[in-house]
Write a protein that binds this ligand. Structure first.
Ligand code: B12
Ligand code: SF4
Length: 507
């Protein structure tokens, strides 16, 4: 076949999923970046990228019917799997080759291909641009399918997985040394015009409706996501609930960082930038290099960045100020030192959380925080400490937004790995001093969740809490409500991830 047109859709959350504080306010950049590389490598191919999170499903369905894509690529998260499958089926009806990508597709690739005939391929790459472009070349008959990096597909001999470097070595400029760390320069600056204007204006409207009050007197003209660094210093010993696929530290050069900013300013008047670097505090050296390379004529650009309490120092806060950071995303996780040490590691404590929050408050930077309830060994007492910490944060007017939710053991995270491997769970429990409270249920987990592609995440979280948390599920939900209603009453934006509204109840 010769591929003429490609439709890329970030699937929107399935019906009934609770909303996080930032849902719909920042763009799904993945599909835009994929579209950019496709346009560069295949200039004759028409490409459209849309975000189903802010585009009603019937509009996306109509687009598939009208555009009749030769290839339909869908970005799939845990909470959008139902919609993603519906899109794949419609794509098939319209004659498209279908390919899934993004975190959930990667984590569940084999199960998806085993159960869903409507899905032809799954791309398991963290950096998916080169894989998708290679897939289009393969469909055009220009290269063997076996050469497409990180692609999974059915063959007569079972499911194949092409374990090849996701960024082809020839795309990486320079050789070895410091230049290797600039590996993300291989990803071109996204052409944000490949996403419809209506998507961009919806993000801006949603952002201003939710966060406009933070910007009294400012002219907010556009919001965008950008991603010029990935990874986290905890790569070898990640937080137990962290489901990010690849935590190795990778960067773009400071020059490309600012090219990206300038392009977004020019293309859609961006003035707010959500840099999705998983942990900006992990590399103050890179932040300093970016600050030093800031072009004099770049104008005002405000950044929202991920930071860790344990890595937050006065020097880092000063670098953030010089960069233009106005808000930080800090996974505070708990207000109990014991739980923080279990969930994150020895450097984390309530004191450290409070210290970091004070530093940001003094610097006039607001915080987006989230709290994870029901970690291993959680008790009513530790839960109370977390609720008290939430009140402290709000009373001290530190928060732009505060989320709370029961722990979801992402299957890519350590917590999910323990759930799916009872022997490992028992070994870790012994080493780290927490109890397995329901061994029989634990032993059922691999057969209950191991082969299905349809994971009921409310059920998984409940099972997790029965096995690992002394505080029962109802108490976790009560604590979620207490935190969220306290936030609501004080005008702090709140939300909960990875849970349905029905299970959460009205918070
Ligand atoms: C920015 C961000 C957001 C933004 C933007 C939304 C979005 N969809 O991108 C906001 C704040 C709105 C958001 C919302 C949510 N998010 Co969010 N978010 C992120 C974050 C921090 C960065 C994503 C990003 O922009 N990366 C940069 C771009 C360039 O890369 P990318 O999106 O990963 O895409 C690349 C690859 O995944 C792949 N790829 C992606 N799609 C496709 C499709 C095809 C066809 C192919 C071939 C490849 C491919 O190639 C892309 C280019 O390299 C990630 C954490 C992380 N580090 O990934 C979490 C993350 C993706 N979010 C997550 C979650 C849970 C959510 C919510 C579901 C929360 C909720 N309501 O419960 C919603 C989902 C809304 C939705 N359906 O889009 C989880 C997903 C876990 C999972 N297994 O599903 C993550 C991984 C964080 C985490 N560890 O918990 N999020
Ligand atoms: S949750 Fe954040 S701090 Fe923890 S390992 Fe993941 S990226 Fe790093």
């Amino acid at each position: 076949m010769k591929v003429r047109n490609v439709l890329l859709v970030n699937a929107g959350s399935d019906e009934g999923i609770a909303s996080i504080a930032n849902d719909g306010t920042f763009p799904a950049l993945g599909v835009v970046s994929l579209a950019t590389v496709l346009r560069r490598d295949h200039p004759d191919v028409e490409v459209i990228a849309v975000d189903g999170q802010i585009t009603p499903m019937d509009e996306v369905e109509k687009l598939i019917a009208d555009f009749e894509p030769d290839v339909l690529g869908v970005g799939v998260l845990a909470t959008s799997y139902g919609n993603a499958l519906r899109l794949a089926e419609l794509g098939k009806e319209a004659g498209a080759v279908t390919v899934f990508g993004n975190d959930q597709a990667t984590a569940m690739a084999e199960q998806i291909l085993r159960h869903r005939a409507a899905v032809d391929y799954v791309c398991a790459a963290d950096v998916g641009e080169f894989s998708l472009s290679a897939l289009v070349s393969a469909l055009d008959g220009e290269r063997p399918i076996e050469s497409v990096p990180e692609l999974l597909y059915r063959t007569s001999g079972g499911i194949a997985h092409n374990r090849l470097p996701e960024i082809p070595p020839e795309e990486i400029k320079g050789s070895g040394g410091a230049l290797r760390t600039m590996v993300l320069d291989a990803i071109p600056v996204p052409d944000r015009t490949l996403m419809p204007d209506l998507n961009w204006s919806r993000y801006l409207d949603n952002y201003l409706n939710r966060y406009g009050e933070l910007h009294a007197g400012e002219d907010i003209t556009g919001v965008t996501t950008m991603n010029r660094a990935r990874g986290c210093a905890r790569v070898k010993s990640p937080c137990h609930f962290c489901g990010i696929m690849d935590l190795s530290l990778r960067f773009s050069s400071p020059e490309i960082f600012w090219h990206d900013v300038r392009a977004a300013q020019e293309q859609m008047s961006a003035s707010i930038f959500y840099e999705a670097f998983d942990s900006m505090s992990s590399s103050p050296r890179w932040v300093q290099a970016v600050v030093e390379a800031r072009p004099d004529d770049i104008g005002e650009a405000k950044f929202f960045v991920y930071t860790q309490a344990a890595e937050t120092t006065p020097r880092l806060v000063e670098l953030y100020r010089r960069l233009g950071v106005y808000r930080v995303n800090m996974g505070l996780e708990a207000g109990d030192t014991g739980m923080l040490k279990v969930l994150k590691g020895p450097r984390d404590s309530l004191e450290n959380n409070q210290r970091a929050c004070r530093l940001f408050k003094e610097a006039g930077m607001l915080i987006h925080g989230s709290l994870v309830l029901g970690g291993p060994g959680e008790t009513s007492q530790s839960l109370d400490n977390t609720v008290r910490f939430a009140r402290w944060l709000i009373d001290n007017e530190m928060m732009a937004s505060l989320e709370a939710q029961p722990l979801f053991p992402d299957f890519g995270a350590l917590t999910g790995k323990w759930l799916m491997n009872p022997d490992l769970a028992r070994q870790v429990a012994k080493e780290r001093g927490f109890e397995i409270l329901d061994g029989e249920l634990l032993d059922l987990m691999p057969s209950k969740y191991g082969s299905t592609d349809m994971v009921d995440f409310d059920e998984v979280s409940k099972d997790w809490s029965k096995i690992f948390s002394h505080a029962p599920w109802d108490e976790l939900i009560d604590a979620t409500h207490t935190i969220r209603s306290y936030a609501d009453r004080s005008g702090t934006i709140t939300g909960s991830g990875r849970i349905t509204q029905a299970t959460l109840g009205s918070a």
